[in-house]
Design a protein around this ligand. Structure first.
Ligand code: NAD
Length: 476
């Protein structure tokens, strides 16, 4: 006679054998790869059609498969960060290598399937559940400032919630974006048998973007970029999740820890040569601590420029608007360049390791109103905290993106927080702290600002579906 232990063992073995059989049969289906080069398509319609098939595959796949895809994207970004970071810098020619690499390594902080949830209510009439379902194919537009990191973060968020994705990358970051898509799809196919979970247009243009915006099989748009693409997406007839431009102001008041403020501004404003949309772009300092703050910036390792050097840099970095009310024109050749390169335009010779340039300007200097994406931050005097908040509000331009304060006065923090109404409001730390990097929270490279979804996560890309069982299934 079999002992109880033997009986349990043989039942477990049978179940395991059955599971193994099932897995071998279904988890890697023997399908041939579709057209295209692992998700890279010259033709926009083909890229959309393939993403649609990718979505069909995902609908049949398990939550475990989605989790595998998330892990694959994180692993590739982490393990291949040096090679991919170098490729990104070679192609885009903006930013700093160490930060290009780091931005790929931190992709592991982007939330995945663990964020998916189901809501439930039970009552006299039974049970109601709300499931968070995918939309289908999401059309994504990615910026040159973080081409592959944005794409990778979007794949993690969108696939975790069951969507597939078609990408129109920035033309100056298309090669690295396509290479990422190839590597992701190859590994995803090997692990799950799923294909074209993410597809990409290899020669992106405004027309290919427009085709994605208009195509009926693309259900939602997620655009990450400046004012032009933000406007275009919001003018389309689709639901658009818009991660738009910013011009983050910083207020330093008389109660601030000035050394911490200086270190933070250098860490955030100098990151990847100030390419981050959340990066510190202009600083307003209360007059009574202005000189002390400038000395703290010297101590913390930023390079100070005098007014004639700032004039020379400003002339190299901007050309004046045709009409007084228009924008200054940014010299794109200087965007994302090292502080040492900018300094040369002002006749200064600095080591390549210099993280940031700074100097006193008035508020009319174009570095204040324009989102310059260069490692020079203008420092402007203000009479007091209230005046500083007025200036911050004025030069954030109502983007409602990011603002920062260095203060120990809770009342001033609250006043500024209410007045700015920005998606991120960071106190006493560098801007990346607002994305879970040294502060609490989680990471995404797409911060939806005008459309209000905030720091995007898997739940951002879901639609609610309610399922009701009348008068039953309630167990208490
Ligand atoms: P960009 O606006 O020049 O380009 C962004 C993307 O939009 C590119 O793929 C580009 O080809 C496309 N595009 C531009 N105009 C378009 C139009 N009319 N129709 C369709 N597509 C269009 O920006 P960039 O220089 O690549 O990136 C920097 C900008 O992006 C900054 O303004 C920055 O603040 C913003 N950004 C925002 C976030 C965020 O999360 N909110 C993140 C990164 C960057």
């Amino acid at each position: 006679m079999q002992s109880t232990e033997d009986t349990i063992r043989s039942v477990v073995q049978e179940v395991l054998a059955e599971l193994q059989k099932k897995n071998n049969g279904t988890s890697v289906p023997k399908r041939e790869r579709q057209d295209g080069d692992w998700g890279v398509f010259a033709d926009t319609d083909q890229a959309i059609a393939a993403a649609n098939e990718g979505f069909a595959g995902l609908r049949e796949a398990s939550m475990e498969d989605r989790a595998k895809i998330v892990e694959i994207v994180k692993r590739i970004c982490f393990e291949q960060s040096e090679e991919l970071g170098k490729l990104e810098l070679q192609e885009t020619k903006v930013g700093r290598l160490e930060h290009k690499i780091e931005k790929l390594q931190i992709i592991k902080k982007v939330p995945g399937t663990e964020w998916m949830k189901t809501d439930a209510m039970s009552g006299d009439h039974g049970l109601m559940i709300v499931e968070y379902a995918p939309f289908g194919v999401i059309g994504a537009i990615t910026p040159v400032t973080h081409s592959l990191p944005t794409l990778a973060g979007n794949v993690i968020n969108m696939v975790a919630s069951g969507n597939s994705m078609v990408v129109n990358p920035h033309p100056s970051g298309k090669k690295i974006a396509c290479e990422g898509v190839r590597r992701f799809n190859r590994a995803i196919y090997a692990a799950t048998g799923l294909q074209n979970v993410v597809t990409i247009v290899s020669e992106p243009t405004l027309e290919s973007a427009e085709r994605i915006f208009q195509h009926r099989d693309v259900k939602v748009l997620c655009v990450t970029g400046g004012p032009g693409v933000a406007r275009a997406a919001m003018a389309s007839r689709k639901k658009a999740i818009v991660a738009g431009p910013g011009n983050p102001p910083v207020l330093v008041d008389e109660t601030a820890d000035l050394d911490n403020a200086a270190r933070s501004i250098i860490a955030g404003g100098g990151y990847d040569n100030n390419l981050l949309c959340i990066g510190e772009k202009e600083v307003f300092v209360v007059e009574s601590v202005f000189n002390e703050f400038m000395a703290a910036m010297d101590r913390a390792g930023a390079a100070r420029m005098n007014s004639s050097q700032i004039d020379q840099l400003t002339k190299a970095a901007f050309s004046p608007p045709e009409n007084k009310d228009d924008h200054w024109h940014l010299n794109r050749d200087l965007v994302g360049q090292h502080a040492s390169v900018l300094a040369k335009h002002a006749g200064m010779s600095l080591p390549e390791s210099t993280p940031l340039l700074f100097g006193e300007t008035d508020e009319q200097n174009p570095f204040v109103p324009e989102e310059q994406m260069m490692p020079f931050v203008p420092i402007v005097r203000c009479r007091n905290a209230d005046h500083g908040i007025d200036l911050c509000e004025k030069y954030e331009h109502g983007f409602r993106h990011t603002s920062l304060i260095h203060s120990r006065n809770v009342r001033t923090m609250s006043t500024m927080g209410r007045r700015m109404d920005t998606t991120l409001f960071i106190k006493n730390g560098p801007s990346p702290a607002g994305l879970g990097l040294g502060g609490e929270g989680y990471l995404s490279f797409s911060i939806a600002t005008p459309t209000g979804e905030g720091v995007t996560n898997p739940m951002t890309f879901t639609r609610q579906r309610r399922c009701v069982m009348v008068d039953d299934l309630r167990i208490v």
